[in-house]
Structures are given as C-alpha cells and as structure tokens.
Design a protein around this ligand. Structure first.
Ligand SMILES: [Zn+2]
Length: 115
C-alpha cells in the first residue's frame, strides 16, 4: 500500500498589487490617478485622469469594460501622438464635484393651517 504523499505546497506568490498610481505621460511623475464616473449610457463611462504634480486633467469617454490600465494606455497613446490636449480640461479638484448651490427647500416656520 504505497501511498504517495505529496505535499506540494503551491506557493504562487503573485504580488499583484494594482498600483493606484501611474506614470504621468506629461511630467513623468508617478502621481497620475485614474477614476471612473458613471455616464447615462450603460456601456460607456467617463475616465478621469489626474496628475497631482503637473495638474494634468483628462476626461475620456471609454467603454464600460475598460480598466484603469486600458485608460492609461489610451492616454499615453494620446500623449505620444501629442494629442493630449484633445481630452485635457482645466484641472479640477477631486472634491466639490457637486457644487450646485444650496437647496432651496427652506422649512418655513409657522405651520399654516387655515382651515
Ligand atoms: Zn504630470
């Protein structure tokens, strides 16, 4: 009764740490971040690339299946072709995206119950 005892510990060390930061195609710093924003359409989304160093700000409409890496590839392609301006916009701070003014629902004091 031979029992093969194979103790094989598969040690697949896959350090796949998806870095949040990419190298900026404009200034070369590793401070480029890519975020996604939902669009109305189900199969498209908006990719926003921002660089914290040179304040690059790019908006790209991409297929919803796109990953950050895909977007990054697209952006570096644009940069390579010198077409980065086509998607770049004035830099916007990450916060304050919903600055739509105060809501005008003011609870009026004094219940009017004229009946
Ligand atoms: Zn940059």
């Amino acid at each position: 009764m031979a029992r093969r005892r194979r103790k094989r510990i598969k040690q697949v060390k896959r350090v796949r740490r998806p870095s949040r930061y990419f190298q900026c195609p404009r200034c070369g710093a590793m401070t480029l971040t890519i975020d996604f924003k939902k669009l109305d359409s189900a199969d498209r989304k908006l990719a926003i690339a921002r660089c914290g160093t040179c304040h690059l700000y790019c908006e790209l409409e991409v297929p919803a299946v796109y990953d950050r890496v895909d977007v990054y590839n697209k952006i570096s392609d644009l940069a390579y072709e010198g077409r980065l301006d086509e998607c770049s916009k004035p830099y916007q701070e990450p916060e304050g995206e919903e600055a739509e003014g105060p809501t005008e629902e003011r609870g009026e004091e004094g219940p009017e119950e004229d009946q």
